[in-house]
Design a protein around this ligand. Sequence first.
Ligand code: DC
Length: 226
Amino acid sequence: MKINIAIDGPSAAGKSTVSKRIAEELNYVHLDTGAMYRCCAYTALKHGLSLEDEDAVCALLEKTKIEMTPDGKIYLDGEDVTLAIRDDDVSMAASDVSKLKRVREDLVKRQQEMAKDKGFVMDGRDIGTVVLKDAEVKIYLTASVEARAERRYKQNKEAGILENDLEQIKKDIAARDEQDMNREFSPLRKADDAIEVDSSDLTVDEVIAQIMQYVNQALEKKESHA
Ligand code: DC
């Protein structure tokens, strides 16, 4: 018996890392919805569109194919953009296009179609509140801006990306929080029935262990009702 797991939270809280590991542990499918907003932003930038031009961005998105493979690769109209969409410019641009109502409608529809059945771990900003409202486990994964910036800086350093220093990364994360939490359509917020996990002082393994407890409880509950 399978369930769905929604993991929402602000940028760089570790959602993708944790979701991926949980999906592996349960043999579920991980869907990183942020990557889809990043693809939309990436192609809009590439085509020189204004990120505020909803008609143009939506028309382009409608004919854009986004594919996500089980091994974590992301293809945009056949081009491997797995790394390109992680650029700092694309991060802020993704937050910009995610404000557009029709961009959200298009991507939410794709996400709901992909996760029609159970057995998904989906991470993003509106999964527990909009995309998978009936997910059996909803987690709101958060951490202080300082902890998130330090982790992102370390990740970048390990990946050989030395574009921004720690202070700049902190500023970017705070700006993206502000924009994602205060936009008009589906702003980032904790669903009423989500459990908040603050990972500021926890290791990845500790966060996973905590979430797996909730997952196991939900699975037991489902089995006992079957
Ligand atoms: O999770 P991420 O940092 O890759 O997401 C990039 C941007 O996409 C984020 O700043 C807000 C937007 N986003 C969203 O609005 N809804 C989602 N479900 C996922 C991401």
